[in-house]
Structures are given as C-alpha cells and as structure tokens.
Design a protein around this ligand. Sequence first.
Ligand SMILES: Nc1ncnc2c1ncn2[C@@H]1O[C@H](COP(=O)(O)OP(=O)(O)OP(=O)(O)O)[C@@H](O)[C@H]1O
Length: 329
Amino acid sequence: MKLLEVRDLKAYYFTSAGEVKAVDGVSFDLEQGQVLGVVGESGSGKSTLGSVLSNTMRPPLKVVSGEVLFKGVNIFKMHPEELRKVRAAGISIIPQYAMNALNPTSKIRDIVRDLLISHEVPPDEFAYRVKLARERALKLGLPPWVFDRYAIELSGGMRQRVTILISTLLDPEVLIADEPTSALDVVVQRLVIQYLQDLVSEGSIKSMVFITHDIALVNEISTDIAVMYAGQIVEMGPAEDVMTNPRHPYTKVLISNIPEPGVRIAKKRVEGLRGEPPSLISPPSGCRFHPRCPMAKDICSRQAPPTVHLDGGRRAVTCWLYAGGGEAQ
Ligand SMILES: Nc1ncnc2c1ncn2[C@@H]1O[C@H](COP(=O)(O)OP(=O)(O)OP(=O)(O)O)[C@@H](O)[C@H]1O
C-alpha cells in the first residue's frame, strides 16, 4: 500500500538574495514496510524535503508546486483539523537538532501526557501509551527518572532520545527521521538505530524516510536509497543494488568515498569530486552536476537529463549517460 506519493515537488526559500531552490522537482512513492534513506552532501535539500513531507515548513520556505499525497490525500490541501490528526499518528518527524525540540518548562511526563491529550487518545488507550513510553524509554537507554525531569535538566543526548520517543509514541505510519543520531555518541547511536529498526520490523511504524549524511548508516537501515544533489533526486533504487552497483556518476563518487560510520560527508571532502556544491539560487544549466561530473558530455550543460528506469523499473537514474535506456559507456 502506498503511504506517500510525492509528485514533482518544488519548495523554495524566498530570500532577499533570490529564490533558493532547495527542493526542485522531487518525486517518489513510499510503501508500507519501506525505509527510504535520503543521502547527499550538506545543502543538497534533505532537511528541506523532510520538513515539506511532514508539512512543518516555516517561512521563508514555501511549496511552489507539486503534491504530497498521504494515503491518497494531498497534505497541503488538508483542513487544519485533519492535518492535526495526521501529525504524530500519520506523518511524524524527528526534526534535525531534535535535542532542542522539547518545551523546557514542562516535565517529560507532562509532554507525554499533552501529546496524548492533543491527539485525543481514548481513555482505554491512554494508560497503554504511558506504559509504552516507559518501556520504549528503556530501549533507548533512558532511565525511568527522565519522566520526572524538565527538558533543561537532561543532557543533550537524553533530550534527543526523548524527542525520538515522543515522535514515535503514537506509532506513525510515516516517520521522517532527520539526522536522528547526529550528536549522539556511538553506543547511543546504535541504541537509536536498533530502536527504529525494531519499530519498523514489528510493524509499529509502517514506513520511514531516514535522512542522513552518513552513507554507511543509510546502507544499514534502509530498504531503498535516494541520492540527492542540489535539490533533486539523481538516483533511487533498492539499497543493496545502489550500494553495490551505483549508476549515477555522483553516487559512484559518494560510494567510493564512504567515510567511517558517523563521519559527515560534508566534513570529509568528497575525494574525486572537483569544486563545491552549486548555488541553489542560480543552479547550473542542464544537469546540475555537470560542472563537477567526471563523465560530463556536451549535452549535459545544455539540457536537463531525463529520468531513466533501469533494472526492470527498480532503479531510477537522472543522467544523460543512460538516455535511451542504455548503459553508461
Ligand atoms: N531558512 C533558510 N533560508 C534560506 N535558505 C535556506 C534556509 N534553510 C536552508 N536553506 C538553504 O537551502 C538549501 C538546502 O538546505 P538543507 O538544510 O535542506 O540541506 P541538507 O541537505 O539538509 O543539509 P544539512 O544536512 O547540512 O542540513 C541550502 O542551500 C541551504 O543553504
């Protein structure tokens, strides 16, 4: 069953310097059981995509065109009441910098209670969710006393895990996880990854979009991978296939330079890739990757490449090398 259908989505930041085309023509489907890892360099539009998919964007970001259908209904056309219901139990987000997302003046137990009340959890389910919060806190390595504390009394790593707990407590059908393990130490990172994997495999969470710089991590957790470059998806397919047989020249460079787990792509210079990521106010003509592409042809600077479906439709690659359905030379 398709939970999300994203169709030619464009979302820009309207700034005094111009329109930052952070998401510029993104399309994909997310099915039940799928974990779509979204990977790319810093500034490629991953977080922007996450905030648009969860309809949590704020000015100066605006959706310019395209649709996001949640179980067939366009989330941008939902009535505020309908949207409120969809949040948390339908599409929930673990935001980037999750450690700062909690109200500092409420105890964690009250944040849990307020979540359940605001989502009109029926009385018979209320006690079950409170108990579930305690059980899941243990899985995340959080001691029982966190519920009696204010967010400001907790360490950054604890606050981040509490936010993950809150974002997942109502068992969303689509979880958008934006760098959920950034700033956590390696041991806690493992707990969080295991926690999210368990929720998906037991069916508590139906699907996930997992945003990260860490391509090794994306390989571990995802069923499918989407590679973003300059606001667009340049390659998408089953995780193992993309990792073992990358088709787009950008994916090839990313994968041949897999940093150690936990290292951000942006921090380790992507070797074999000349230049810097382009401006998204005036991106390069034709294929946005052409100025840095080791395999660029004449047409690449003149015309935007088509999206070509390979491997019986399982792989989508937006690149002139595959135009006509052929393999790259
Ligand atoms: N509030 C904002 N106003 C203007 N431009 C913005 C704003 N937030 C992000 N951008 C720009 O939008 C583009 C995409 O940023 P985004 O944060 O979505 O990328 P990202 O791939 O998630 O990178 P990172 O992982 O470093 O957050 C970048 O060019 C960024 O500078």
